[in-house]
Design a protein around this ligand. Structure first.
Ligand SMILES: Nc1ncnc2c1ncn2[C@@H]1O[C@H](COP(=O)(O)OP(=O)(O)OP(=O)(O)O)[C@@H](O)[C@H]1O
Length: 355
């Protein structure tokens, strides 16, 4: 093995995927952590005295994020209060096991942990949802509900922002996906390292691992002997993202810097002025952030509660049609399902006007 290229005199034990440098363990830790510190300070992700909820799934990314944030907070005196926030989607054989890992991290890292479940928030577990909707569209439900569940958890904990474990590969994949779909509106915003301004468009979310390669996260967790959960979700993966992921992995074999190049391209691209993002408002039913009068979570939930699980999947005009038909049926028959967040009260007093 060659000598460590950081000139510390030790033997190198690894080759950094991001730079190709041969490094010893200690110099790799230092480079890895210093780069994340640089991202945090350069992009002003945090301010002193903030309370930060680390979105913790028990997987490698959020586990490494929790470990490194704790370490950097102490080393550089960020002055942050760190808490763990986990969402239990109710997926047997997957989330129950990964939450055990998060509980162990809570003890090891001495951070408070809050777990919120879909069952408590929405009345449904993902296991129950998949029984109704099948394995094709279940990722839509899971993603929409998780996004809102994290906002709800953050509001409950009164934190200033949420930090997620999205890494460089995730961001590059999302850029590729939006290019392949021609989704310019999403392309415009998908590389943002901070989203949400704390007022109209939800609690701020930050991605401290935005420039950190997935392969290095795995290496770091391995050499630091961090405990994380590595099983894939038992339900069907997001097929479209899977294609982008495979393409990226193939490109990375040719040249690992492609990951950074895709992110830089996404950051630098100028999208036409005519491509505007939907303006954000608050859902008239639940009050959480939404681009429509009714948020996607409420529409999906309404579909589940009414036995119309496809409501909200696909075009919004179809949703409007179904809800309008339902409105008249319910007004005539009073047969709506009594559910926690039922929209009938809104439909009856005509306060809901889907775009
Ligand atoms: N159930 C959950 N509870 C809390 N946060 C979550 C949950 N699922 C995902 N997240 C957050 O969203 C980020 C991206 O989620 P994704 O599904 O891509 O996970 P991942 O790439 O497997 O990451 P990880 O290795 O942290 O699980 C995670 O790093 C984590 O911060």
């Amino acid at each position: 093995m060659p000598k460590c290229s950081a000139k510390c005199g030790n033997k190198a034990i690894l080759k950094r995927p991001k730079t190709g440098d041969a490094l010893c363990k200690e110099c790799f830790f230092d480079a890895f952590e210093t780069e994340i510190h640089y991202t945090i300070t350069k992009c002003t992700l945090f301010k002193p005295n903030m309370t930060v909820a680390i979105a913790a799934s028990g997987g490698k990314d959020s586990t490494v994020l929790a470990y490194v944030l704790k370490l950097l907070n102490k080393k550089y005196n960020y002055g942050l209060k760190l808490v763990l926030l986990s969402i239990d989607e109710g997926i047997t054989g997957y989330r129950d096991d990964s939450l055990n890992t998060v509980k162990q991290n809570r003890d090891d890292y001495e951070m408070p942990l809050k777990i919120l479940s879909y069952k408590d928030l929405y009345g449904w577990t993902m296991d129950e949802i998949v029984e109704k909707v099948g394995r094709k569209n279940n990722c839509t439900f899971c993603g929409v509900f998780r996004r809102q569940a994290l906002d709800r958890g953050a509001a409950l904990l009164k934190v200033d922002c949420i930090a997620t474990g999205h890494n460089a590969d995730d961001i590059a994949e999302t850029v590729l996906m939006n290019v392949l779909r021609g989704d310019l509106a999403r392309l415009k915003r998908c590389t943002a390292i901070i989203t949400g301004n704390g007022s109209g468009d939800g609690i701020p979310r930050v991605k401290p691992l935005k420039y950190t390669f997935e392969k290095e996260i795995v290496m770091y967790a391995y050499f630091r002997k961090l405990l994380y959960f590595s099983t894939e979700c038992v339900f069907a993966p997001n097929a479209y993202r899977g294609h982008a992921r495979m393409l990226l992995k193939d490109l990375e074999k040719i040249d690992p810097t492609i990951i950074m190049n895709i992110i830089y391209s996404g950051e630098s691209i100028r999208v036409s002025e005519n491509t505007s993002l939907p303006s954000l408002t608050n859902c008239t039913n639940c009050g959480y952030v939404s681009s429509q009068q009714l948020c996607k979570a409420c529409v999906l939930l309404e579909g589940l509660n009414r036995g119309l699980p496809r409501l909200g999947i696909g075009k919004s005009s179809r949703v409007k049609q179904i809800l309008t038909e339902e409105k008249y049926n319910n007004l005539n028959s009073n047969s709506c399902v009594e559910a926690k967040n039922c929209l009938c009260k809104n439909l009856k007093d005509n306060s809901v006007n889907l775009k």
